[in-house]
Design a binder for this molecule. Structure first.
Ligand code: 13P
Length: 253
């Protein structure tokens, strides 16, 4: 059975005491819960990773970064390496988020390099893909998503965990959510791409998360779709009551 992942992407939000309170509260909230095949992941700003790791060390909570350098180490001022994350026993790292593609010139090539460097350092990549509104309206959603997959997975072997997040850019932070049918259609396309490129077994094991205005009101319907295996949640993951409600809904499904 594929795991279901409820992941929060905090982006550039929360000051230190707020982040610390959140981690203590969420760790306590899920302490004695039976989560079954649901895995809870939080990706705070990187300056909070150490604190988050310390607080959640003995809890059923996984921590991820939001980005990683494509370089190994050395004179790259301001960058954080996969080796550093590995040395902190980090579990996950998001790569290729549309905000990084848009504001920080992230390309399929750099995402491909980051994917490989994360694999070398045993950190599970959460690879984000998704079309813009313009691309959807031009009828090229499938082409865009498949091109992003081709680019990100060029010369990549899959022997360990990899997670995909389908995040239609027009649904991110807008309050507009893809309908469960729209999302399922693309998730199915993505899974089939993995069947063709790798194998049925690889494809069956890859959690494909949906991202884009996911919230307690719509998570159940989205997660009920065959190929939607969780969520990468932005805004609603900043609110502990909404985030814990979404964990509960996923566990109950
Ligand atoms: P929102 O949930 O705020 O739309 O953000 C989604 C996202 O970008 C998660 O990575």
């Amino acid at each position: 059975m594929r795991k279901i992942i409820i992941a929060g992407n905090w982006k550039m939000n929360k000051i230190f005491p707020e982040a610390e309170d959140f981690f203590m509260d969420i760790a306590e909230y899920i302490e004695n819960k039976k989560l079954g095949n649901v895995e809870v992941v939080i990706c705070p700003p990187s300056v909070y990773l150490e604190m988050a790791g310390d607080i959640t060390a003995d809890h059923q909570l996984f921590i991820g970064a939001q980005n990683v350098s494509r370089f190994e180490s050395g004179a790259y001022t301001g960058e954080l390496s996969a080796l550093m994350f590995n040395s902190m026993e980090l579990d996950y790292c998001i790569i290729g988020h549309s905000e990084r593609r848009k504001y920080f010139a992230e390309t399929d090539k750099s995402i491909n390099e980051k994917l490989k460097i994360l694999q070398e350092n045993e950190i599970i990549p959460i690879v984000c893909i998704g079309e813009t509104l313009n691309e959807r309206e031009s009828g090229i959603t499938e082409k865009i998503v498949l091109n992003q997959l081709e680019g990100a997975f060029r010369d990549v072997q899959i022997n360990d965990d990899v997670v995909i997040a389908y995040e239609p850019v027009w649904a991110i932070g807008t309050g507009v959510t893809a309908t469960p049918q729209q999302a399922q259609e693309i998730h199915y396309l993505i899974r089939n791409w993995f069947v063709d490129k790798y194998s049925k077994e690889v494809a069956e094991n890859i959690p494909i998360l949906y991202g884009g205005s996911m919230k307690p009101e719509n998570i159940k319907e989205l997660l009920s779709q065959q190929d939607i295996d969780g969520g990468l949640i932005g805004g609603a993951s900043l609110d502990i009551s909404k985030f814990s409600e979404m964990i509960d809904i996923a566990v109950e499904l």
